[in-house]
Design a protein around this ligand. Sequence first.
Ligand SMILES: Nc1ncnc2c1ncn2[C@@H]1O[C@H](COP(=O)(O)OP(=O)(O)OP(=O)(O)O)[C@@H](O)[C@H]1O
Ligand SMILES: [Mg+2]
Length: 407
Amino acid sequence: MSHKITIEAFVLSAATRAAIEEACRDRRLSRSQMSIHDGGLPAALPYYSANHTPNLIVVEEDSDDATMMGQLEKLAEVCDPTTKVVVVGQVNDIRLYRTLISAGVSEYLIGPISARQLLDAVDMIYSDPGLKQRGRVVAFFGVRGGVGSSTVAYNAAWAIAQLGTDDVIVIDLDMVFGTAALSFNQDPKQTLGDAFSNPDRLDATLIERFISRVDDRLGILAAPANVRGFAMIDSAALEKVIEFARGLASFIILDLPHVWLPWVKDALVLADEAVLVAYPDLANLREAKNLSEYLGELRGEGSKPKLVLNRVDPARKTQLTAKDFQEATGLVALQLVANDRVLFETAANNGQMAGEVNANHKAVESLKALALALGAHAPQSKTRGAHAGIQLPDGVLRLWQYLTTKR
Ligand SMILES: Nc1ncnc2c1ncn2[C@@H]1O[C@H](COP(=O)(O)OP(=O)(O)OP(=O)(O)O)[C@@H](O)[C@H]1O
Ligand SMILES: [Mg+2]
Protein backbone atom coordinates (compact mmCIF):
# COMPACT_ATOMS: atom_id res chain seq x y z
CA MET A 1 0.00 0.00 0.00
CA SER A 2 1.35 3.49 0.53
CA HIS A 3 3.85 5.09 2.88
CA LYS A 4 3.11 8.19 4.92
CA ILE A 5 6.57 9.64 5.41
CA THR A 6 8.50 12.84 4.85
CA ILE A 7 11.34 12.61 2.34
CA GLU A 8 13.95 15.19 1.45
CA ALA A 9 16.32 14.63 -1.45
CA PHE A 10 19.57 16.44 -2.29
CA VAL A 11 20.39 15.78 -5.93
CA LEU A 12 23.28 16.56 -8.23
CA SER A 13 21.90 15.48 -11.60
CA ALA A 14 18.78 16.22 -13.62
CA ALA A 15 18.34 12.44 -14.15
CA THR A 16 18.15 11.74 -10.41
CA ARG A 17 15.73 14.64 -9.94
CA ALA A 18 13.52 13.26 -12.73
CA ALA A 19 13.54 9.74 -11.22
CA ILE A 20 12.59 11.09 -7.80
CA GLU A 21 9.84 13.26 -9.26
CA GLU A 22 8.46 10.20 -11.06
CA ALA A 23 8.59 8.17 -7.84
CA CYS A 24 6.62 10.95 -6.09
CA ARG A 25 3.77 10.47 -8.55
CA ASP A 26 3.51 6.75 -7.72
CA ARG A 27 0.67 5.58 -5.51
CA ARG A 28 3.15 4.19 -2.99
CA LEU A 29 4.24 7.73 -2.16
CA SER A 30 0.85 9.37 -2.70
CA ARG A 31 0.55 10.16 1.01
CA SER A 32 4.17 11.12 1.54
CA GLN A 33 5.67 14.61 1.46
CA MET A 34 8.69 15.08 -0.71
CA SER A 35 10.99 18.04 -1.30
CA ILE A 36 13.94 18.04 -3.66
CA HIS A 37 16.98 20.30 -3.24
CA ASP A 38 20.06 20.77 -5.41
CA GLY A 39 23.64 20.38 -4.27
CA GLY A 40 23.82 16.68 -3.32
CA LEU A 41 25.34 15.43 -0.09
CA PRO A 42 27.50 18.54 0.54
CA ALA A 43 24.36 20.73 0.55
CA ALA A 44 22.57 18.47 3.06
CA LEU A 45 25.08 19.18 5.84
CA PRO A 46 24.55 22.94 6.29
CA TYR A 47 20.83 22.43 5.68
CA TYR A 48 20.38 20.00 8.57
CA SER A 49 22.52 22.05 10.91
CA ALA A 50 19.60 24.48 10.78
CA ASN A 51 16.58 22.19 10.11
CA HIS A 52 15.01 19.04 11.56
CA THR A 53 15.65 15.88 9.61
CA PRO A 54 12.70 14.14 7.87
CA ASN A 55 11.91 10.39 7.98
CA LEU A 56 14.07 9.73 4.94
CA ILE A 57 16.94 11.61 3.33
CA VAL A 58 18.09 10.73 -0.19
CA VAL A 59 21.53 12.14 -0.98
CA GLU A 60 23.37 11.97 -4.27
CA GLU A 61 27.14 12.17 -4.21
CA ASP A 62 30.05 11.94 -6.64
CA SER A 63 33.11 12.59 -4.47
CA ASP A 64 35.78 10.04 -3.52
CA ASP A 65 34.99 7.43 -0.88
CA ALA A 66 36.87 9.09 1.97
CA THR A 67 35.22 12.47 1.43
CA MET A 68 31.81 10.84 1.19
CA MET A 69 32.30 8.83 4.39
CA GLY A 70 33.42 11.98 6.21
CA GLN A 71 30.35 13.86 5.02
CA LEU A 72 28.02 11.00 5.94
CA GLU A 73 29.49 10.89 9.46
CA LYS A 74 28.82 14.61 9.82
CA LEU A 75 25.29 14.06 8.51
CA ALA A 76 24.74 11.29 11.08
CA GLU A 77 25.65 13.72 13.85
CA VAL A 78 22.82 16.08 12.95
CA CYS A 79 20.26 13.38 12.05
CA ASP A 80 17.39 12.38 14.27
CA PRO A 81 18.02 8.73 15.33
CA THR A 82 14.95 7.52 13.43
CA THR A 83 15.93 9.22 10.16
CA LYS A 84 16.94 6.84 7.37
CA VAL A 85 19.45 7.70 4.68
CA VAL A 86 19.62 6.44 1.10
CA VAL A 87 22.77 7.30 -0.86
CA VAL A 88 22.82 7.56 -4.66
CA GLY A 89 26.40 7.17 -5.83
CA GLN A 90 28.45 6.43 -8.92
CA VAL A 91 30.74 3.61 -7.81
CA ASN A 92 29.71 -0.01 -8.21
CA ASP A 93 31.79 -1.54 -5.44
CA ILE A 94 30.56 -4.17 -3.02
CA ARG A 95 33.08 -3.16 -0.33
CA LEU A 96 31.86 0.43 -0.45
CA TYR A 97 28.29 -0.86 -0.25
CA ARG A 98 29.07 -2.96 2.84
CA THR A 99 30.92 -0.09 4.51
CA LEU A 100 27.97 2.23 3.95
CA ILE A 101 25.41 -0.28 5.21
CA SER A 102 27.44 -1.02 8.34
CA ALA A 103 27.78 2.74 8.89
CA GLY A 104 23.99 2.91 9.15
CA VAL A 105 23.02 3.91 5.60
CA SER A 106 19.77 2.11 4.72
CA GLU A 107 20.51 1.62 1.03
CA TYR A 108 23.12 2.51 -1.56
CA LEU A 109 21.85 2.88 -5.12
CA ILE A 110 24.08 3.31 -8.14
CA GLY A 111 23.08 6.12 -10.49
CA PRO A 112 21.44 6.71 -12.80
CA ILE A 113 18.56 5.43 -10.67
CA SER A 114 15.03 4.66 -11.82
CA ALA A 115 11.87 5.65 -9.96
CA ARG A 116 11.19 1.96 -9.35
CA GLN A 117 14.56 1.41 -7.64
CA LEU A 118 13.85 4.23 -5.25
CA LEU A 119 10.31 2.98 -4.59
CA ASP A 120 11.60 -0.53 -3.91
CA ALA A 121 14.16 0.88 -1.48
CA VAL A 122 11.42 2.80 0.36
CA ASP A 123 9.29 -0.37 0.48
CA MET A 124 12.20 -2.32 1.87
CA ILE A 125 12.99 0.29 4.52
CA TYR A 126 9.42 0.89 5.66
CA SER A 127 7.84 -2.55 5.45
CA ASP A 128 6.91 -3.83 8.88
CA PRO A 129 9.22 -6.71 9.79
CA GLY A 130 6.79 -7.73 12.56
CA LEU A 131 4.20 -8.89 10.03
CA LYS A 132 4.39 -12.57 9.09
CA GLN A 133 3.19 -11.80 5.59
CA ARG A 134 1.85 -8.88 3.65
CA GLY A 135 -1.10 -9.92 1.55
CA ARG A 136 -1.57 -8.59 -1.93
CA VAL A 137 -4.55 -6.24 -2.07
CA VAL A 138 -6.77 -6.51 -5.16
CA ALA A 139 -9.66 -4.03 -5.38
CA PHE A 140 -12.62 -4.85 -7.67
CA PHE A 141 -14.85 -2.04 -8.93
CA GLY A 142 -17.74 -2.27 -11.37
CA VAL A 143 -17.48 0.68 -13.76
CA ARG A 144 -21.29 0.76 -13.69
CA GLY A 145 -23.69 -0.71 -11.18
CA GLY A 146 -24.77 -4.33 -11.53
CA VAL A 147 -22.14 -5.39 -14.07
CA GLY A 148 -21.14 -8.39 -11.95
CA SER A 149 -18.15 -6.92 -10.13
CA SER A 150 -18.94 -8.70 -6.84
CA THR A 151 -19.57 -11.97 -8.67
CA VAL A 152 -16.22 -11.73 -10.46
CA ALA A 153 -14.44 -10.71 -7.24
CA TYR A 154 -15.87 -13.61 -5.18
CA ASN A 155 -15.29 -16.23 -7.86
CA ALA A 156 -11.74 -15.00 -8.45
CA ALA A 157 -11.12 -15.12 -4.67
CA TRP A 158 -12.50 -18.64 -4.52
CA ALA A 159 -10.35 -19.68 -7.49
CA ILE A 160 -7.23 -18.26 -5.81
CA ALA A 161 -7.99 -20.26 -2.65
CA GLN A 162 -8.86 -23.40 -4.65
CA LEU A 163 -5.43 -23.46 -6.26
CA GLY A 164 -4.35 -24.57 -2.83
CA THR A 165 -1.41 -22.33 -2.02
CA ASP A 166 -2.71 -18.87 -1.10
CA ASP A 167 -4.97 -17.81 1.76
CA VAL A 168 -7.61 -15.26 0.81
CA ILE A 169 -9.76 -12.78 2.70
CA VAL A 170 -12.69 -11.14 0.90
CA ILE A 171 -13.73 -7.78 2.35
CA ASP A 172 -17.28 -6.88 1.32
CA LEU A 173 -17.37 -3.09 1.40
CA ASP A 174 -20.91 -2.76 0.10
CA MET A 175 -22.05 -2.05 3.64
CA VAL A 176 -25.82 -1.92 3.02
CA PHE A 177 -26.35 -4.24 0.06
CA GLY A 178 -23.31 -6.50 0.16
CA THR A 179 -23.84 -10.14 -0.79
CA ALA A 180 -20.57 -11.85 0.22
CA ALA A 181 -22.19 -13.66 3.17
CA LEU A 182 -25.07 -14.89 0.99
CA SER A 183 -22.80 -15.87 -1.86
CA PHE A 184 -20.49 -17.90 0.39
CA ASN A 185 -23.39 -19.29 2.44
CA GLN A 186 -22.24 -17.71 5.69
CA ASP A 187 -24.17 -16.38 8.65
CA PRO A 188 -21.62 -14.09 10.28
CA LYS A 189 -22.09 -13.09 13.91
CA GLN A 190 -19.88 -10.08 13.45
CA THR A 191 -19.39 -7.91 10.42
CA LEU A 192 -17.47 -4.95 9.08
CA GLY A 193 -20.06 -2.79 10.86
CA ASP A 194 -18.43 -3.86 14.14
CA ALA A 195 -14.99 -3.11 12.75
CA PHE A 196 -15.90 0.39 11.54
CA SER A 197 -18.00 1.33 14.57
CA ASN A 198 -14.86 1.66 16.67
CA PRO A 199 -11.78 1.79 14.46
CA ASP A 200 -9.47 2.89 17.31
CA ARG A 201 -10.01 -0.44 19.02
CA LEU A 202 -9.02 -2.52 15.98
CA ASP A 203 -6.14 -4.93 16.03
CA ALA A 204 -5.21 -8.13 14.20
CA THR A 205 -6.88 -10.37 16.80
CA LEU A 206 -10.17 -8.52 16.51
CA ILE A 207 -10.09 -8.60 12.71
CA GLU A 208 -9.40 -12.33 12.83
CA ARG A 209 -12.45 -12.75 15.07
CA PHE A 210 -14.66 -10.81 12.62
CA ILE A 211 -13.70 -13.09 9.72
CA SER A 212 -16.19 -15.83 8.78
CA ARG A 213 -14.34 -18.92 7.63
CA VAL A 214 -15.63 -20.42 4.39
CA ASP A 215 -12.87 -23.03 4.45
CA ASP A 216 -9.24 -23.37 5.53
CA ARG A 217 -8.01 -20.97 2.88
CA LEU A 218 -10.89 -18.58 2.39
CA GLY A 219 -12.44 -16.14 4.84
CA ILE A 220 -14.81 -13.20 4.46
CA LEU A 221 -15.25 -9.95 6.30
CA ALA A 222 -18.95 -9.57 5.61
CA ALA A 223 -20.95 -6.37 5.29
CA PRO A 224 -23.76 -5.77 7.81
CA ALA A 225 -26.11 -5.72 4.76
CA ASN A 226 -28.82 -3.97 6.70
CA VAL A 227 -30.73 -0.87 5.62
CA ARG A 228 -31.19 0.22 9.24
CA GLY A 229 -27.52 1.01 9.73
CA PHE A 230 -25.53 3.82 8.19
CA ALA A 231 -22.07 2.61 9.05
CA MET A 232 -19.67 5.13 7.64
CA ILE A 233 -16.36 4.15 6.11
CA ASP A 234 -13.44 6.51 5.95
CA SER A 235 -10.11 5.95 4.26
CA ALA A 236 -8.08 5.82 7.48
CA ALA A 237 -10.31 3.19 9.12
CA LEU A 238 -10.41 1.13 5.93
CA GLU A 239 -6.66 1.24 5.61
CA LYS A 240 -6.37 -0.02 9.18
CA VAL A 241 -8.69 -2.96 8.45
CA ILE A 242 -6.73 -3.79 5.31
CA GLU A 243 -3.35 -3.56 7.02
CA PHE A 244 -4.41 -6.03 9.71
CA ALA A 245 -6.00 -8.34 7.14
CA ARG A 246 -2.76 -8.30 5.14
CA GLY A 247 -0.99 -9.93 8.03
CA LEU A 248 -3.51 -12.80 7.95
CA ALA A 249 -3.66 -13.85 4.28
CA SER A 250 -1.65 -13.64 1.10
CA PHE A 251 -4.56 -12.12 -0.89
CA ILE A 252 -7.02 -9.47 0.23
CA ILE A 253 -9.92 -9.05 -2.18
CA LEU A 254 -11.83 -5.78 -1.83
CA ASP A 255 -15.37 -5.82 -3.17
CA LEU A 256 -16.11 -2.12 -3.69
CA PRO A 257 -19.67 -0.89 -4.21
CA HIS A 258 -20.52 1.20 -7.26
CA VAL A 259 -20.44 4.56 -5.49
CA TRP A 260 -17.92 7.34 -6.03
CA LEU A 261 -16.69 8.44 -2.62
CA PRO A 262 -13.22 9.48 -1.42
CA TRP A 263 -12.57 6.16 0.36
CA VAL A 264 -13.54 4.17 -2.77
CA LYS A 265 -11.15 6.25 -4.85
CA ASP A 266 -8.42 5.86 -2.21
CA ALA A 267 -8.89 2.09 -2.12
CA LEU A 268 -8.56 1.95 -5.92
CA VAL A 269 -5.41 4.07 -5.82
CA LEU A 270 -3.72 2.32 -2.91
CA ALA A 271 -4.51 -1.32 -3.72
CA ASP A 272 -1.71 -3.38 -5.26
CA GLU A 273 -4.07 -4.11 -8.16
CA ALA A 274 -7.21 -2.21 -9.18
CA VAL A 275 -9.53 -4.33 -11.32
CA LEU A 276 -12.25 -2.55 -13.30
CA VAL A 277 -15.12 -4.84 -14.21
CA ALA A 278 -17.19 -3.76 -17.20
CA TYR A 279 -20.07 -5.04 -19.32
CA PRO A 280 -19.28 -4.65 -23.03
CA ASP A 281 -21.52 -1.73 -23.97
CA LEU A 282 -21.04 1.95 -24.72
CA ALA A 283 -21.81 3.37 -21.29
CA ASN A 284 -19.36 0.94 -19.70
CA LEU A 285 -16.79 1.87 -22.31
CA ARG A 286 -17.09 5.54 -21.39
CA GLU A 287 -16.77 4.86 -17.64
CA ALA A 288 -13.88 2.44 -18.19
CA LYS A 289 -12.09 5.11 -20.22
CA ASN A 290 -12.67 7.81 -17.57
CA LEU A 291 -11.63 5.57 -14.71
CA SER A 292 -8.61 4.08 -16.43
CA GLU A 293 -7.28 7.55 -17.31
CA TYR A 294 -7.90 8.94 -13.84
CA LEU A 295 -6.60 5.92 -11.93
CA GLY A 296 -3.73 5.50 -14.39
CA GLU A 297 -2.53 9.01 -13.46
CA LEU A 298 -2.96 8.49 -9.73
CA ARG A 299 -1.47 4.98 -9.59
CA GLY A 300 1.49 5.84 -11.78
CA GLU A 301 3.08 4.27 -14.82
CA GLY A 302 3.53 0.52 -14.48
CA SER A 303 0.61 0.23 -12.06
CA LYS A 304 -2.33 0.89 -14.37
CA PRO A 305 -5.72 -0.56 -13.47
CA LYS A 306 -6.67 -3.91 -14.98
CA LEU A 307 -9.81 -4.55 -17.01
CA VAL A 308 -12.15 -7.54 -16.92
CA LEU A 309 -15.08 -7.78 -19.33
CA ASN A 310 -17.98 -9.67 -17.82
CA ARG A 311 -21.08 -11.28 -19.32
CA VAL A 312 -19.40 -11.54 -22.70
CA ASP A 313 -21.52 -13.20 -25.37
CA PRO A 314 -20.09 -13.17 -28.92
CA ALA A 315 -23.51 -14.18 -30.25
CA ARG A 316 -24.93 -10.83 -29.14
CA LYS A 317 -23.90 -8.65 -32.02
CA THR A 318 -24.74 -5.52 -30.03
CA GLN A 319 -21.92 -6.10 -27.57
CA LEU A 320 -18.71 -4.16 -27.99
CA THR A 321 -15.48 -6.14 -28.21
CA ALA A 322 -12.30 -6.32 -26.14
CA LYS A 323 -10.63 -4.53 -29.06
CA ASP A 324 -13.06 -1.60 -28.75
CA PHE A 325 -12.18 -1.38 -25.06
CA GLN A 326 -8.50 -1.58 -25.78
CA GLU A 327 -8.70 1.24 -28.31
CA ALA A 328 -10.64 3.48 -25.94
CA THR A 329 -8.83 2.73 -22.69
CA GLY A 330 -5.42 1.45 -23.74
CA LEU A 331 -6.08 -1.55 -21.49
CA VAL A 332 -5.91 -5.09 -22.80
CA ALA A 333 -8.68 -7.01 -21.02
CA LEU A 334 -7.10 -9.35 -18.51
CA GLN A 335 -10.01 -11.75 -18.91
CA LEU A 336 -13.33 -12.07 -20.70
CA VAL A 337 -15.92 -13.86 -18.56
CA ALA A 338 -18.72 -15.49 -20.50
CA ASN A 339 -22.35 -14.64 -19.91
CA ASP A 340 -24.41 -17.44 -18.36
CA ARG A 341 -27.38 -16.41 -16.30
CA VAL A 342 -28.34 -19.97 -15.34
CA LEU A 343 -24.89 -20.82 -14.04
CA PHE A 344 -24.49 -17.67 -11.94
CA GLU A 345 -28.06 -17.56 -10.68
CA THR A 346 -27.93 -21.22 -9.69
CA ALA A 347 -24.70 -20.60 -7.84
CA ALA A 348 -26.06 -17.47 -6.13
CA ASN A 349 -29.26 -19.20 -5.04
CA ASN A 350 -27.32 -22.17 -3.65
CA GLY A 351 -24.80 -20.00 -1.80
CA GLN A 352 -22.11 -21.53 -4.00
CA MET A 353 -19.43 -20.34 -6.36
CA ALA A 354 -19.82 -21.01 -10.09
CA GLY A 355 -16.95 -23.52 -9.95
CA GLU A 356 -18.88 -25.62 -7.44
CA VAL A 357 -21.88 -25.74 -9.79
CA ASN A 358 -19.91 -26.57 -12.92
CA ALA A 359 -16.14 -26.90 -12.56
CA ASN A 360 -15.57 -27.18 -16.32
CA HIS A 361 -17.65 -24.22 -17.46
CA LYS A 362 -15.73 -21.77 -19.66
CA ALA A 363 -16.66 -18.86 -17.35
CA VAL A 364 -15.16 -20.85 -14.45
CA GLU A 365 -12.00 -21.43 -16.47
CA SER A 366 -11.79 -17.67 -17.17
CA LEU A 367 -12.11 -16.90 -13.47
CA LYS A 368 -9.37 -19.37 -12.68
CA ALA A 369 -7.18 -17.80 -15.34
CA LEU A 370 -7.99 -14.42 -13.77
CA ALA A 371 -6.83 -15.74 -10.39
CA LEU A 372 -3.52 -16.79 -11.96
CA ALA A 373 -3.13 -13.51 -13.82
CA LEU A 374 -3.55 -11.69 -10.51
CA GLY A 375 -0.58 -13.57 -9.15
CA ALA A 376 -2.20 -16.55 -7.39
CA HIS A 377 0.18 -19.46 -6.93
CA ALA A 378 -0.50 -22.99 -8.07
CA PRO A 379 1.27 -25.77 -6.18
CA GLN A 380 4.34 -26.92 -8.11
CA SER A 381 3.62 -30.64 -7.89
CA LYS A 382 0.23 -30.50 -9.55
CA THR A 383 1.19 -28.45 -12.59
CA ARG A 384 0.65 -30.37 -15.79
CA GLY A 385 -0.27 -27.52 -18.11
CA ALA A 386 -2.45 -24.46 -18.21
CA HIS A 387 -5.49 -26.28 -16.85
CA ALA A 388 -3.51 -27.40 -13.84
CA GLY A 389 -2.55 -23.84 -13.11
CA ILE A 390 0.91 -23.11 -14.38
CA GLN A 391 1.48 -19.38 -14.06
CA LEU A 392 1.55 -18.22 -17.63
CA PRO A 393 2.33 -14.75 -18.96
CA ASP A 394 -0.81 -12.64 -19.56
CA GLY A 395 -0.59 -12.93 -23.35
CA VAL A 396 -0.32 -16.72 -23.32
CA LEU A 397 -3.17 -16.96 -20.83
CA ARG A 398 -5.41 -14.89 -23.04
CA LEU A 399 -4.51 -16.96 -26.09
CA TRP A 400 -5.23 -20.15 -24.19
CA GLN A 401 -8.51 -18.63 -23.04
CA TYR A 402 -9.40 -17.71 -26.61
CA LEU A 403 -8.62 -21.19 -27.92
CA THR A 404 -10.59 -22.94 -25.22
CA THR A 405 -13.66 -20.71 -25.15
CA LYS A 406 -14.37 -19.47 -28.65
CA ARG A 407 -15.24 -22.73 -30.33
N1 LIG B 1 -20.89 -13.69 -16.22
C1 LIG B 1 -22.16 -13.59 -15.82
N2 LIG B 1 -23.15 -14.14 -16.51
C2 LIG B 1 -24.43 -14.02 -16.14
N3 LIG B 1 -24.82 -13.37 -15.04
C3 LIG B 1 -23.89 -12.78 -14.29
C4 LIG B 1 -22.51 -12.86 -14.62
N4 LIG B 1 -21.83 -12.18 -13.68
C5 LIG B 1 -22.71 -11.70 -12.81
N5 LIG B 1 -23.97 -12.05 -13.16
C6 LIG B 1 -25.22 -11.73 -12.47
O1 LIG B 1 -25.36 -10.31 -12.48
C7 LIG B 1 -26.04 -9.90 -11.32
C8 LIG B 1 -25.28 -8.76 -10.66
O2 LIG B 1 -24.07 -9.27 -10.16
P1 LIG B 1 -23.27 -8.56 -8.99
O3 LIG B 1 -24.10 -8.34 -7.80
O4 LIG B 1 -22.03 -9.34 -8.85
O5 LIG B 1 -22.95 -7.17 -9.67
P2 LIG B 1 -22.23 -5.88 -9.06
O6 LIG B 1 -21.52 -5.23 -10.16
O7 LIG B 1 -21.45 -6.27 -7.86
O8 LIG B 1 -23.49 -5.03 -8.61
P3 LIG B 1 -23.58 -3.80 -7.58
O9 LIG B 1 -23.40 -2.59 -8.45
O10 LIG B 1 -24.94 -3.93 -7.01
O11 LIG B 1 -22.48 -3.98 -6.58
C9 LIG B 1 -26.19 -11.12 -10.44
O12 LIG B 1 -27.49 -11.61 -10.56
C10 LIG B 1 -25.19 -12.10 -11.00
O13 LIG B 1 -25.60 -13.44 -10.81
MG1 LIG C 1 -21.39 -5.51 -5.92
